[in-house]
Design a protein around this ligand. Structure first.
Ligand SMILES: [Fe+2]
Length: 250
């Protein structure tokens, strides 16, 4: 608890005056909202796409992608999603770097999470990054190019990076952002396994499934650490007590 003055209860007189304003001023006929929506619609209708998947820059690449397209596959979708994983695993590595720096200063003995655990997950993310880069090259793509989905997840994860690098955030708050990243990681690998399977790329299905299992473990671990950090201790909860709380009072 602290000197937070953001709520309306902080100033009863002003808040009463604010609520007594002329009804016309706060009328909900939505004229302004409609004008805003119309303006946005215009932009949406005339907008470019979020970039494109690049054409292969090498002859071997062009042949690989060409053969795949002749077979009726859509290598551009797979390349786009591989670019997405590449971008997100790179960010993931940096998120763990930031968390490790934070834990060097703030981690206390009462948490089961250790810096070694974090170093290990960080190493997994870095290895996944290299695995995806290899996969892109094997399909004739260029891992240094930014695909539309790579751009998308770059924007999505900006908030997570900000949370981790903010010197004021606690370990619990940082873990909240990390859990969000791991949820997204797990979903991303699930999509990638399915896509590789659709393209009949058995080796990729195997290595991506391995990565997916590691991501599942990351999620389970970070979620447990997060709950520990906010003081949840399942060990103390008696099932009978929990059940009686759910029953309506007599
Ligand atoms: Fe992960």
């Amino acid at each position: 608890m602290g000197m937070n003055r953001t709520g309306i209860q902080m100033s009863p007189l002003d808040s009463r005056a604010m609520q007594e304003v002329e009804p016309a001023i706060v009328s909900s006929d939505g004229v302004d909202e409609r004008a805003l929506a119309e303006l946005r619609s215009d932009y949406i209708a005339n907008a470019d796409a979020l970039g494109s998947v690049p054409l292969p820059g090498t002859l071997t690449g062009a042949v690989t992608v060409g053969v795949s397209m002749l077979k009726g596959d859509s290598p551009q979708i797979l390349l786009d999603k591989l670019g997405e994983r590449l971008a997100f695993e790179r960010t993931g590595t940096r998120l763990y770097d930031a968390l490790i720096t934070k834990c060097d200063i703030m981690l206390t003995e009462d948490m089961s999470m250790t810096i070694d655990d974090l170093e290990q997950i960080r190493a997994d993310e870095a290895r996944h990054f290299l695995m995806v880069a290899d996969a892109i090259e094997s399909l004739g793509g260029d891992p240094t190019s930014q695909t539309p989905s790579a751009d998308l997840v770059g924007v999505e994860s900006m908030g997570l990076v900000q949370v981790l690098n903010d010197p004021r955030t606690t370990i619990a708050q940082s873990l909240h952002a990390i859990v969000t990243a791991e949820l997204s990681d797990k979903a991303g690998w699930e999509t990638l396994v399915a896509l590789a399977d659709e393209h009949g790329l058995a080796e990729m299905v195997d290595s991506f499934t391995q990565a997916l299992n590691e991501e599942r473990e990351h999620l389970a671990l970070t979620q447990t650490w997060y709950e520990e950090a906010i003081g949840l201790t399942y060990g103390d909860v008696e099932i009978d007590d929990a059940a009686s709380l759910l029953q309506a009072p007599e």
